[in-house]
Design a binder for this molecule. Structure first.
Ligand code: SF4
Length: 483
């Protein structure tokens, strides 16, 4: 039986079944390229945070007993000032503290997170470490959370990258709660038989849902847009798990009712407002899609941690519905800041009249940010914004039983345009595109791989705008217009 780690503890508190499966090693997690990249960034941030303590001693023993013993020995020595990855073992529990700093007879426990936002879950993480440290006989006097400072800018000394907050009170409060459930967590996650899964509102956020209680349930009640916990609890109490079983009398918002009715009757519904929305599009139409990248540590002047930097666009130009006359694209050189070049090329490529068709408000926001970064281009960029028509707003007029109220292009494309998909593309989603470019910009790819990935990025972005062209065609057919 493996010891209880932070991950097992927090997940068992969330759901006994999930914790049990984790502790028994029954969940194999495959990380996406985006997740792996963020883990790497987290390690890099941890390394930089440790650099602030040049005399720190790393507890790098691999075996937990050996690491815990070394930690105990080092803590006893008065000359030990700073420890990295101090390890605590108590009963079946194990925890590692990112950094411990001694000030006279007091110890400060520091947790480092590669985030610019303080999240509640960080307090849970530190509380777990503190719980185990205390159970092992180590009581920190102060507990701090170190985050990335959102005011940091490229080129500043690395010491300014971090901002430290004292979270002792919140953590100690949380430790008290954890102490009351610690024994239960150990026993429930180590029973020979798996605890029976119970459907709760929490299951909505569970990564195991599709393999667990969501398995083989068509149109699960969780798919109702914006469904609240109270409504979910009522449905669960009545034994209802599928939208198909919801009685007509059940109280829902107008939008939820629209979605539920559509799923139950299984028929496509078109809002007459679609015709008017499509009529607002003027030709030629420019279908535009951006890709961006972001890194924890900014790579270019004036950029901030996790700032979304536009690096690429694709543009399909149509003279009428579905009639493509040109394709243009742009992909930045990863070795330099190309935002201005991208903005100038964009203005050139979108010159003329005609609607600029996007999918979501993201392109509008991105152009608006470019206009603030380059005030001398502001008039030209602003005039592009004035021409934008958001195709997603048109899709919202289409109520399809398979959409369940969702309008993301990855959901609607396979339903409305089944012969066009992202399958077979080396890069098939925005997150992978983002990290691929970030890795190029950080110099983590050789030239050969970079060439291949550049081609894959261009292909992916092109598929996005082609998808918009084809979706527009389908919407047009829905309105019964002649092509
Ligand atoms: S789907 Fe629900 S019951 Fe199943 S593991 Fe996840 S949280 Fe637990």
């Amino acid at each position: 039986m493996q010891p209880i780690t932070k991950n097992i503890f927090i997940n068992t508190a969330f759901c006994s079944t999930l914790g049990w499966r984790l502790r028994k090693g029954k969940i194999r997690t495959e990380f996406s390229p985006g997740e792996l990249f963020r883990m790497e960034q987290g390690k890099e941030i941890g390394r930089l945070a440790r650099e602030r303590y040049p005399d720190g001693i790393f507890v790098n023993e691999i075996r937990s007993e050996a690491a815990a013993k070394r930690t105990r020995d080092l803590l006893k020595k008065p000359q030990t000032g700073v420890l990295f990855e101090a390890t605590f073992l108590a009963g079946n529990y194990i925890a590692r503290a990112d950094i411990l700093v001694r000030d006279a007879n007091f110890w400060e426990l520091i947790e480092v997170k590669s985030s610019i936002i303080a999240k509640e879950e960080f307090i849970d993480d530190i509380a777990y470490t503190t719980l185990v440290a205390q159970a092992a006989g180590f009581f920190p006097s102060a507990i701090s959370l170190v985050l990335i400072d959102k005011n940091y800018r490229y080129g500043m000394p690395i010491g300014k990258l971090f901002v430290k907050t004292n979270v002792t009170e919140q953590v100690i409060e949380k430790v008290k709660t954890f102490q009351t459930i610690a024994d239960f967590i150990d026993s429930v996650s180590s029973t020979p038989v798996e605890p029976e899964p119970q459907l709760t509102f929490n299951c909505r956020q569970c990564g195991e849902f599709a393999q667990c209680l969501g398995k083989e349930i068509e149109a699960h009640i969780f798919e109702i847009p914006g469904i609240r916990q109270k409504a979910v609890n009522k449905l669960i109490a009545s034994g209802i798990t599928s939208i198909h079983e919801i009685p007509d009398s059940f109280s829902l918002t107008d939008n939820q009712k629209r979605v539920v009715d559509c799923v139950k009757c299984g028929k496509l519904q078109i809002d007459p407002a679609l015709r008017e929305k499509l009529a607002a599009i003027s030709w030629p139409a420019f279908y535009l899609d951006f890709e961006t990248m972001m890194t924890a540590i900014p790579l270019w002047p004036d950029s901030a941690p996790y700032e979304q930097i536009p690096i690429q666009y694709s543009l399909h130009i149509c003279e009428s519905t579905g009639k493509i006359i040109r394709h243009r694209d742009y992909l930045a050189d990863p070795h330099r800041d190309c935002r201005r070049e991208l903005a100038e090329r964009l203005i050139e490529d979108l010159k003329g009249e005609g609607s600029i068709i996007t999918y979501s408000s993201f392109e509008k926001t991105t152009i608006s940010k470019l206009s603030k970064t380059f005030p001398d281009l502001s008039d030209d960029l602003q005039s592009l914004i004035d021409r934008i028509v958001d195709l997603e707003q048109c899709i919202k007029c289409v109520n399809h039983p398979k959409f369940c109220g969702r309008t993301s292009i990855k959901i609607v494309l396979p339903v409305l345009v089944p012969d066009l998909s992202y399958e077979g593309l080396e890069i098939a989603d925005g997150d992978t595109a983002l990290v691929t470019f970030a890795m190029m910009a950080q110099g983590k790819m050789d030239t050969g791989e970079m060439e291949r990935k550049r081609a894959a990025l261009l292909e992916y972005c092109k598929r996005d705008t082609l998808a918009m062209v084809r979706l527009h065609e389908v919407l047009h057919e829905f309105c019964g217009r002649e092509k």
